[in-house]
Ligand binder design. Sequence first.
Ligand code: NAP
Ligand code: ZN
Length: 349
Amino acid sequence: MIKTKAYAAQSATTPLAPFDIERRRPRADDVQIEILWCGVCHSDLHTARNEWKNTMYPSVPGHEIVGRVVAVGPQVGSFKVGDLAAVGCLIDSCGHCASCREGLENYCDNGWVGTYNGPSTGGENTYGGYSQTIVVKESFVLRIRHDAAQLAAVAPLLCAGITTYSPLRHWGAGPGKTVGIVGLGGLGHMGVKIARAMGAEVVLFTSSPGKVDDGLRLGAHRVCVSSDGNRMAQFAGKLDLIVDTVAASHSLDALLALLARDGTLVLVGAPENPHPSPSPFSLIFRRRQLAGSLIGGVPETQEMLDFCAEHRIVSDIETIPMDYINTAYERMLRSDVKYRFVIDMSSLR
Ligand code: NAP
Ligand code: ZN
């Protein structure tokens, strides 16, 4: 086994602190990656604090992982020692169900294995990217085509990027479509950048009046502060697709009212407490749809990384040392992050 320094929460109420874990020695088809940077997702916080009521402790979060390959098993064909490599939210799945055969491992019928907190169906714990090194099956390792100098800002693409890219692609964001992004945090700012690059007309809805200028700078054509009822009314019935990234429970009726006929509101935010059920009339009129979307499969994650490299898209980040993580969580809860914390893992060595 490989002794590895990490940061873990030991319970829902204890702060994250240093903790030693062990990684398996690379098997024939494994890649071992020295982790250089790891993004901080709001899901890390939900998990560390058991907000989804399924956390296994000790909990080592982190699923926006980029680093350098330091060892490969003899059957590994597409990575060699010294390559840059990335790992997102998934490290395994059954491989044979209909979803896995379509490259939708994130919807594996038999339960995929999360980079942290183990199999989605329950089972042995897994430890994520708040650690020095990780060993992952080659088929779940992603290739990075951005400049090495941008590595820290690439890390958030592995969750925030794919989680917004996937529904934007699935529901056809592009020229002639008006797309709303709700919430300008880690996911939301990637959603704005990616929807703009796909050619859609982009409207950002934010609860923070102080983020209007940033929303425009990041690529939104228009920004609407959601507490401004008159401004919201200007967008009623105008949007084809809305991606809701908000990390807290809120009413969906005001967002559904923005959709055009046959428009879709896609929930990606996963708050601790559910949203109140929307009124059926919000859906019945204009035949609107309410949907959800979960991260993305391996092929689509690679497609997203390549799309972002081609369009020169990275995340806007604030880099932090590992021991800042508990403060970072408090700031994330106050929506005080522009727009993703990324941990410099050299601070753990
Ligand atoms: P984040 O950086 O904290 O951003 C969330 C944004 O939501 C905030 O910046 C804020 O934007 C808005 N917001 C409005 N009211 C809020 C409130 N009371 N509390 C918190 N945020 C509020 O979080 P994130 O990392 O982007 O993640 C967003 C959500 O998506 C989380 O629930 C996370 O677990 C979930 N997630 C889901 C998937 C998936 O596969 N579906 C994947 C990753 C993450 P404004 O200031 O602009 O209003
Ligand atoms: Zn995430």
